[in-house]
Design a protein around this ligand. Sequence first.
Ligand SMILES: [Mn+2]
Length: 381
Amino acid sequence: MKRLRKISQTKQEEEIERGLELGLEAAPSINDRSISLFSRGHLPAFAGINTFMKAPYCEDIKKVGNYEAAFVGVPFDTGTTYRPGTRFGPQAVRRISAVYDGYSVDGGVDLPEELDICDAGDIFVIPGNIEKSFDQVSMAVSHVYTSGAFPILVGGDHSLGYPNVRGIAPHIDGNVGIIHFDRHIDMADMDMDERMHTTPWYWTSNGHESVDRSASHHAHTHMHDVGLANCPPKNLVQIGIGGWYGSRRGVEVANERGTSVITMADFEEMGTKKCAEMALELAWKDAKAVYLSFDIDSIDPGFAPGTGTPEPGGFTPREALEMVRLISREGLCGLEVVEVSPPYDVNDNTAQLACRVILDALGTMVVEGKIGHRDEVMEQD
Ligand SMILES: [Mn+2]
């Protein structure tokens, strides 16, 4: 609360002025003269054309570097092996994000004041072609990252983990750690003969030392090499893994390469603080940056039913969000939230949790001075 009182409130006033300028003055019977005739700002939350958090739409993507963070939709679900629908994820997260004004009492953060964020729109994915979409995604993510905006990548299915990291890791001068929240290990080499949403970490983590590269995929032009050079398996931490689906092949690979798998049973035993501490230690060991990959199905489907491959026994929202905040304190080079499938959602609950993961991660990083411009808008003691 004290911290919040010290933060300027200029963005609020600017928004009102802009609303009156673009949306005209309200009818005479309206006493509050900050209200405009046409809705042009945050209010009403249910009105307007939604970008993420009603942030400016960065239509000219060449200008994305004018912002400190960019919401990037990746509406791709061709990598889904069970229920589809995550191509509608970015739009659902945008829609429910309208309910939030970015001012958090428990986080002690005022996002509109402290972080310049835009909505960069969606990447043009090719629905029928996984490999071409991966190329589009990596190039687009690379553009956003090298422009200087923090990438908030909203899927889409989890096959995106690979092209997303491939858009960032090559620009980092040193090793990249990955912290991966999921009920599924997502580390098979192939699923049904393609790189699906069950495979991203096989292709991302560096397997040069332990994987037989003369194996069957060697011939495929897109799959001639396994792993990104600076994503060593020892820096990949997978949290919340468990359940009864699709782990067989991924566990073999994880064992071969020596990644760190913290199962849901491990998490229960350790609790949030110890678990986050361990994850940070492993992911940051000799690494320059850490990437956060959050699969919404890591949260129990009782809370987050709108997802492609639900698996009971996941995190409660409170556990998941606390973990996200603890992990984000050290800073991130990128954040992805994947597997929100609105056709299976109830009351936007799942999309709302995805939105909260983003807000809690951003808010924590702003408070810790990892992104944004808190120093400029906060009164000094
Ligand atoms: Mn999953």
